[in-house]
Unconditional design. Structure first.
Length: 216
């Protein structure tokens, strides 16, 4: 019953937030048709709300896919500059195309490459107000260790898919073999960051689970 009502509320909010921008609507349709994992509506709408409160100027995103969240972030925060990294060439090319068609192309820089391999000097900024981790779920700790050092004191690290579509609730022995290591890694990262002495961390039960870690 409770799950049913949450679904209803999400639907209700999604209707209220219906994408006015035809480019955003087109991206949502393409992602759905081609099974490209972009942030879901309740997740992205909440995330944008959090960013509006935080008002970051420099944002670093790990995992652009087709540029959906980067365009949503840059459109919502007109003073912000978003740097985003994507390793999949097809998705990178689609993102470049969508970003060039958006009204915020001057506010986004997309870098093609594996975020765990690229060098810091490839990044346009030395420091970031916000870091958004939304790439390979089994590698969150590695992304965090590499990039959270670039987040300013008082800045925020956001992570999406902390629930892995419900998989984090399964007992270890019931984890699907294919995703076992990834889910174990994600759960380990979650425990680690929730008790990290240098961060104030909250896990929000919206979308697929959004983690917010404020750097002390
Ligand atoms: C969930 S999607 C990102 C969705 C996007 N943030 C959005 O909501 O519009 C994750 C993306 O991360 C990319 N990715 C995974 N591991 C990566 C890595 N090590 N470096 C760069 N990109 C990576 C994948 O290719 C995939 O396109």
């Amino acid at each position: 019953m409770e799950v049913e009502s949450m679904r209803d509320y999400n639907q209700y909010i999604a209707e209220l937030n219906k994408a006015e921008d035809p480019l955003i609507a087109e991206m949502e349709q393409i992602a759905l048709a081609q099974k490209i994992p972009i942030m879901d509506r309740s997740g992205i709408d909440t995330f944008i709300g959090l960013l509006r409160i935080q008002r970051p100027n420099a944002i670093l995103e790990i995992g652009s896919a087709i540029g959906y969240s980067a365009i949503r972030m840059a459109s919502a925060l007109r003073d912000a500059f978003v740097t985003t990294i994507e390793r999949d060439t097809d998705r990178y090319n689609m993102a470049v195309e969508f970003i060039s068609r958006s009204t915020v192309s001057e506010h986004i820089r997309i870098i093609e490459g594996d975020a765990l391999l690229i060098e810091e000097k490839q990044l346009p900024d030395m420091e970031y107000d916000a870091l958004f981790i939304d790439a390979a779920k089994g590698q969150y700790k590695k992304f965090f260790e590499k990039y959270a050092v670039l987040v300013k004191q008082g800045g925020i690290v956001y992570c999406d898919n902390m629930f892995m579509h419900g998989s984090v609730l399964l007992p270890d022995e019931e984890l699907p073999k294919r995703n076992r290591t990834m889910i174990r890694n994600l759960k380990e990262f979650t425990k680690w960051i929730m008790t990290h002495p240098n961060y104030e961390t909250t896990l929000l039960p919206v979308g697929d689970g959004i983690l917010i870690a404020i750097k002390k």
